[in-house]
Design a protein around this ligand. Structure first.
Ligand code: EPU
Length: 322
C-alpha cells in the first residue's frame, strides 16, 4: 500500500482538473482494504469524473500493475480491476481470445468499465462480463456477482447506483477462441474480412477521429448520455427536424443522439471560460487549458438549458460530478 498526503489529483483524472485530495491510497488487488475515514472515493483511471473542488477525504486506487490476468480453458479471462482496459484488450488478442475488441481505446480501467457499463461501436461491457468479484465495504466481506446481479443498464450498474459500497477487485469476461466480429456499427460494416487486430486498429482510429486524445486535451469522453424518449417525442422532433439521425430502439423508448442535439443547439466548437465543446463532436466537453470543474459544470448547464429550450429534452451527464 502506498499513501500520499495532500496531493494534486491532476494526474488521476482524464479531464486534467487540478484539485487536491487530503489523501490518496494505492493498494494491490489482493491487499486488505485500509480502514477508511469518511469521506472516501474509489477511483479508476478518472476518465468519467469531473472534480469541482478539493477532495476532503481519501481517494482509493488500485495499483494497475499489481496482479496478473488469468485465462481459463473455456476462454474466460479474469482481470484485475485496476488494469487499464485497453491493455487487457491487447493481451486478449495476443492470446487469441475475442469479444473485447470493439471496446478498444476506451480510456479507463477494467473496474470502472463495469461500474459505467462502458460501450462503443456495438458492444457494451455487459455483453462480455460474466462475473464480478468485489468487496462489500458496508458489510466488510468479499462478494461475487453474476452478470445478472450486476443490474447493468445504459452506462449504469448496481455499482454505479450504490457509490462507495462496492470495491471491485476482479472482473471475469466470457470470451471466445473463435473470432466472430461485431460489425453492427455503421462505419464498421465494410470490414467483414478484417482480422481482430485490424478491427481493433480501425476502431482505435475511428475513436480518435471523433474524440480528443486524453494526452492532448483533457475530457471525459461523451459528457452526456444519449436521452431515451418515448415514441411520441421522437416522432415530434423527427417531424420538426427530418435530418435528425435515426433513433435506435432502446429499453424504455428511443435513444436519440445527444451529440446531434447539442450540435443543432449551436454549441459545437464553442467555449465558455476554459471549458469547450469539442469541434469534431458536440457530445464531448474538454479542457482548453487550466480548466476548473465549475467551468465544466457551467458549460454543461448552459448546454442543458439550450437543449431543453429548443427540443424539450433533458440531458443527463454520463460523467460523475464530484
Ligand atoms: N452527431 C452530430 N454532431 C455531433 C456529434 C454526433 O450530428 O457533434 C451525430 C452523428 O453524426 C451520428 C450520431 O450523432 O449520426 C451519433 O454519433 P456517434 O455514432 O458518434 O455516437 P454517439 O451516440 O454520439 C455513443 C457513445 C460513445 C461511443 C459511440 C460509438 C454515449 C453517451 N456515447 O456516442 O461512447 O463511443 O456511441 O459507439 O452513449 C462514451 O461513453 O464516453 C463514449 C465515447
Amino acid at each position: 500500500m502506498k499513501v500520499y498526503e495532500n496531493i494534486s489529483l491532476r494526474e488521476y483524472n482524464t479531464f486534467g482538473i487540478d484539485v487536491r485530495a487530503r489523501r490518496v491510497v494505492v493498494i494491490d488487488a489482493d491487499e486488505p482494504l485500509p480502514v477508511l475515514e469518511e469521506p472516501f472515493l474509489i477511483l479508476g483511471a478518472g476518465s468519467d469524473v469531473v472534480f469541482t473542488r478539493d477532495y476532503p477525504g481519501t481517494v482509493l486506487l488500485l495499483n494497475p500493475d499489481a496482479a496478473d490476468v488469468v485465462m481459463q480453458p473455456d476462454g474466460t479471462v479474469v482481470a484485475p480491476a485496476g488494469m487499464v482496459l485497453d491493455r487487457l484488450i491487447q493481451w486478449t488478442l495476443e492470446r487469441g481470445v475475442y469479444g473485447l475488441e470493439n471496446l478498444s481505446a476506451i480510456p479507463g480501467t477494467v473496474g470502472a468499465s463495469v461500474v459505467q457499463n462502458v460501450g462503443a461501436y456495438g458492444v457494451e461491457a455487459k455483453d462480455v462480463v460474466s462475473r464480478v468479484e468485489a468487496y462489500d465495504l458496508l458489510e466488510r466481506r468479499p462478494v461475487a456477482f453474476s452478470a445478472e446481479e450486476c443490474r447493468f443498464g445504459y452506462r449504469t450498474s448496481l455499482f454505479k447506483s450504490q457509490p462507495g459500497r462496492w470495491f471491485i477487485r476482479r472482473v471475469h469476461y466470457r470470451l471466445s477462441h473463435t473470432y466472430t466480429p461485431n460489425l453492427t456499427y455503421r462505419a464498421l460494416e465494410a470490414l467483414p474480412h478484417a482480422t481482430a487486430a485490424e478491427l481493433r486498429q480501425s476502431i482505435t482510429d475511428l475513436r480518435w477521429s471523433k474524440l480528443p486524445k486524453p494526452e492532448e486535451h483533457g475530457s471525459a469522453g461523451s459528457f452526456f448520455k444519449n436521452p431515451v424518449v418515448d415514441e411520441a417525442v421522437y416522432r415530434r422532433i423527427k417531424s420538426e427536424h427530418p435530418d435528425m439521425p435515426e433513433a435506435h430502439a432502446a429499453e424504455g423508448g428511443y435513444k436519440l443522439s445527444a451529440g446531434w442535439l447539442i450540435d443543432r443547439a449551436g454549441w459545437k466548437g464553442r467555449t465558455m471560460g476554459r471549458a469547450g465543446v469539442w469541434p469534431k463532436n458536440a457530445l464531448v466537453l474538454y479542457n482548453t487549458g487550466g480548466c476548473t470543474g465549475p467551468e465544466v459544470v457551467a458549460l454543461a448547464e448552459a448546454i442543458q438549458h439550450d437543449v431543453q429550450q429548443q427540443f424539450g429534452i433533458t440531458l443527463i451527464p454520463e460523467a460523475i460530478i464530484v
